[in-house]
Write a protein of this length. Sequence first.
Length: 252
Amino acid sequence: ADLRAKWAEIVSQNVDAQVKFFLRAFVLEFQGNFETVLDIADSFKNFAEGVAEEDRNSIKELGEFQCHVFLEKRGETLTVRDLRENLKSEIRLDPHHNVALMEYLLWKYQKNLHQLFTPPPEGSVPAHLLEALDKAIEAHNAAVEAERQRQRKIEELSAAEEGAKNELERHTTKKQKEELQGQEFGAAFAAIQARKKKREAEEALKNAEKVDPYQEEQKRLAAEKARKEEEEKRKREESRARLKAKQALWQT
């Protein structure tokens, strides 16, 4: 498929899928730093407006104003227009399109579409590294989502406590809220476990040899070109040799 088709496919997926695709594409380069990228993805979701809590995981892009606020809060100096035009040398996009997380990540880390869609050379990324990365991403997302749900429930119980119709209802609601607040240790423990898995993956990545997939692909293409040129040269030489042999026969 061409770049436009590949791009359309990846930006049609939600933020979690986009950040996972990005990290897997550059897994060896982001040794020990993928937590920062995951935090960016979490922050990106927070700026989507008009999205119900239960639909949070379906977020895939931001509108112009939402993206402007996102960039401003992150202290970025570029405008939404600059971000939209970042890929114009590689692919033609609607100048007024919504901005996907992937667009920001490519700009932020100075990557291009060819690099994104060029898979690492076969064998350059051990399977256990990708497995460790996937588990760390899952642990991160699970810990973040669990804490969001806990805080949301506490807010709901606080509102219910204030609006309680009688003392029994107020006491019951308050007790439930205090129980949830008391789970902070459990949430903290889950976060510690998530960080532990991340550190294990980061350590494994640090010990892996760095390979630039794009450079490796260029080397492969150069080698393939050299092989073809050598093959063509051999055929020309064989053809000339056959012609000389025929000429020698005619002269005898």
